[in-house]
Write a protein that binds this ligand. Structure first.
Ligand code: PLP
Ligand code: ZN
Length: 408
């Protein structure tokens, strides 16, 4: 039988309880599949005619497939990035999560967690988000016709806010950081009985199961092998934790022979997990004042540092690395990825390219290694981070000026 295991106190709870956190210690829960269950479920997965995330239905925390809310998430390409590989000096395959229905990987966890919430009888769902998670959940909630409440930090760009508003969610801007939005939604869910679909493991354990499908796909796309390294940008880190769980499940099944090492990357201006990694500490402490253009990963973990500690533990378990990059390095990587592979990422997503560059230069990644940066979200929602101030103007019909400007 599937169960919910507490990552803090190790207590095991029934899957059917529908718990969102441990009732004894408030710890983070994890969906566990016993070995025999896993083997049987994988057999059914291999024979499945479904596509995307739901190809793995038997390995996801849903009892009845009629509860599935889908917008065709997953099945994103793994791009053999030859030009980028030459630039970085290491064999690079880009997992392009911008191709999901709302243009970020958040569609994986939201599709699964909303389906589970409806199965558990949710009447209203809520999310704290820096933009992408809420844009995504709003789309799924619209499709499912369930009311959705959203809180975002005040500095959320309009391009992300627009995607939330268009789907009809009830949205507020919170004066403060992502953590302030997190706490507001957490309290409101307690008061009103809303289901909390915030993309942080302590708020919702079912999302990790959606996140893990990215790992399944990467292995399948590499002919059932794991790469040496997988680079993932970290807010609190559920994508990394979920993906690592996915790799471990495939390893337990014997589907892959070796596990990858996980690289967690944060922005220098908000890097509580990296700080703890470098200190050799096992407990992550909150970051005082986030200062970065990478909004999607600017999570100071204020009020829920245990989520960061769980991510850190997972990175160490994989023999991986937590490292930070500067805003400059991220913005440069946005241009590098665009210019080599024709892929437009937001700065938080391009952080994975920046960190590979940094780790390769310092010799921690070998030139023979295979690396997979997970490009988590599109640049189209973060247009303001591209400088368009110097675009010149010409008069209509002025072909000479055009030639001068374009040097042709
Ligand atoms: C949410 C998000 C992240 C951070 O992922 P977590 O798993 O929540 O830590 C990274 N990049 C993008 C584009 C995101 O939207
Ligand atoms: Zn517990």
């Amino acid at each position: 039988m599937r169960c919910l295991r507490c990552t803090a106190c190790d207590r095991v709870h029934q899957f059917d309880s529908g718990l969102y956190s441990c009732p004894f210690c408030s710890g983070i829960l994890e969906v566990r599949y016993p070995h025999d269950y896993l083997v049987q479920a994988w057999k059914q997965t291999v024979e499945s005619t479904r596509t995307g995330v739901w190809k793995y239905l038997t390995l996801l925390p849903i009892d009845n497939h009629e509860h599935i809310v889908t917008l065709s998430e997953g099945d994103t390409p793994l791009i053999k990035a030859s030009a980028l590989s030459s630039e970085l000096g290491v064999k690079t395959f880009v997992k392009d999560e911008t191709r999901n229905p709302t243009a970020s990987f958040k569609d994986r966890p939201n599709s699964v967690a909303l389906s589970r919430a409806l199965e558990l009888g949710a009447k209203t769902v809520a999310v704290a988000s820096s933009g992408n998670a809420a844009g995504s959940l709003s789309a799924y909630a619209a499709k499912a016709k369930v009311p959705c409440v959203v809180a975002v930090p005040e500095d959320t760009p309009d391009s992300k806010l627009g995607q939330i508003v268009v789907f009809g969610s009830r949205v507020v801007k919170v004066r403060g950081t992502y953590s302030d939005a997190f706490t507001l939604i957490k309290e409101a869910c307690k008061t009103h009985g809303w289901h909390n679909l915030t993309s942080v493991a302590s708020a919702n354990p079912y999302q990790l199961e959606g996140d893990k499908t990215a790992a399944y796909e990467i292995c399948q796309q590499l002919s059932w092998k794991a790469p040496n390294w997988v680079a993932i940008p970290l807010g609190a880190g559920p994508l990394l934790v979920g993906a690592w769980k996915g790799f471990k499940e495939l390893h337990e099944l014997g589907v892959i022979g070796a596990l990858p090492k996980m690289i967690g990357v944060q922005a220098e201006g908000c890097s509580p997990i990296v700080r703890a990694f470098k200190n050799g500490s096992s407990a992550v402490s909150p970051w005082q004042k986030p200062d970065t253009v990478a909004h999607s990963i600017a999570d100071p973990l204020n009020g829920y540092p245990d989520d960061g500690s769980l991510t850190l533990k997972n990175i160490r378990e994989s023999h991986g690395i937590a490292e930070s990059v500067t805003d400059e390095e991220m913005l440069e990587s946005v241009r590098l990825l665009a210019g080599t592979e024709g892929l437009f990422a937001e700065p938080s997503a391009a952080a994975t390219i920046a960190v590979i560059k940094k780790l390769k230069s310092s010799g921690r990644i070998d030139s023979d290694d295979t690396v997979v940066p997970v490009v988590t979200g599109t640049g189209l929602k973060s247009i303001a981070t591209v400088n368009v101030q110097n675009v010149p103007q010409v008069e209509a019909g002025d072909i000479q000026s055009l030639a001068k400007i374009t040097h042709t």
